[in-house]
Design a protein. Structure first.
Ligand code: KIV
Length: 297
């Protein structure tokens, strides 16, 4: 038996309980090593389907397959020991019916060991959210700009900039909360609307381009690190990791080309500590002594 108490992982109910308390901190993560680095600082990590665009070069999140989410979800769960890991259900894996959604969400939970799933959509997904939650699957909802609907939205457009859009978005927020979602992402939404929704519903709102009034914030990790070539207005770059990587790679290329890398400290000596060379040297010096002796006599 291990003498160390296992680290307690944050759960979906822990996140819900944070409503109105200290802001909830979250980031996306797609790999074990970035998950391990972020783990001590965040409450949850989202394996977002944005990985299709960020890591795999797709133009949108629409083509992302379920299997890809599972592979990355597993990696993040292995890397993060404390944070709740939420995995996105990709486009086409849940919209058809609550039963299809359950089958795919259960597969994600079993194969990644994550603690919750996220899906996009408000009132239209309420029945599915209820169905999953009733069957043991914590669901984070996602409303406002929902990138999987890019083809019907006609682009990555900020939501709720005119007041005539507010009632429908507010109905979405209330529907997902009533259906049992443990939290809801508000993406690219006019600040006064995000503030109104945060006051109106009993579950935490997690903002991305939705103002500091939300109960928590999320950003795509590569965007806030300064690794993405283009970022939306709502992103603050907290680092210039792209510049650091460029500097390191150009120094490496330069040292390889000028044969300064690898240096002696990066190479291996032979394992017997030079015994073969030493014994060769010993026998040749013995031969020399013998020759010298025979000359002298
Ligand atoms: O896929 C994703 O990264 C997301 C966040 C932007 C919330 O859904």
């Amino acid at each position: 038996m291990s003498s160390q108490a296992p680290v307690k992982r944050v759960t979906a109910p822990d996140i819900t309980a944070r409503k109105g308390a200290e802001p909830i901190v979250s980031l996306t993560s797609y790999h074990a090593h970035t998950a391990a680095i972020a783990d001590p600082y965040v409450d949850f990590l989202l394996v977002g389907d944005s990985l299709g665009m960020v890591m795999h070069g797709y133009e949108t999140t629409v083509p992302v397959p379920l299997e890809l989410m599972i592979v990355h979800g597993r990696a993040v769960v292995r890397g993060a020991k404390r944070a709740l890991v939420v995995v996105d259900l990709p486009f086409g894996s849940y919209e058809e019916s609550p039963q299809v959604a359950f089958r795919n969400a259960a597969r994600v939970m079993k194969e990644t060991d994550c603690g919750a799933v996220k899906l996009e959509g408000g009132a239209r997904m309420a029945e599915t959210i209820h169905y999953l939650v009733e069957r043991g699957i914590p669901v984070m909802a996602h409303i406002g700009l929902t990138p999987q609907s890019i083809n019907t939205l006609g682009g990555f457009k900020t939501q709720g900039r005119t007041k005539d859009q507010w009632a429908a978005i507010e109905a979405d927020a209330k529907a997902v909360a009533d259906a049992g979602a443990f939290a809801v992402v508000l993406e690219a939404m006019a600040a006064p609307l995000a503030e109104r929704l945060t006051r109106a519903i009993p579950i935490p709102t997690i903002g991305i381009g939705a103002s500091a009034a939300c109960d928590g914030q999320i950003l795509v990790m590569e965007d806030m690190l300064g690794l993405s070539p283009r970022v939306p207005k709502f992103v603050k770059e907290f680092g210039r990791v792209g510049e650091v990587i460029k500097g390191a790679i150009s120094a490496y290329a330069d040292e390889v080309r000028t044969r300064r890398f690898p240096a002696a400290e990066h190479t291996y000596a032979i394992k017997d500590g030079g015994a073969a060379t030493k014994s060769k040297a010993r026998s040749s010096s013995a031969r020399a002594t013998k020759r010298a002796k025979s000359k002298a006599t």
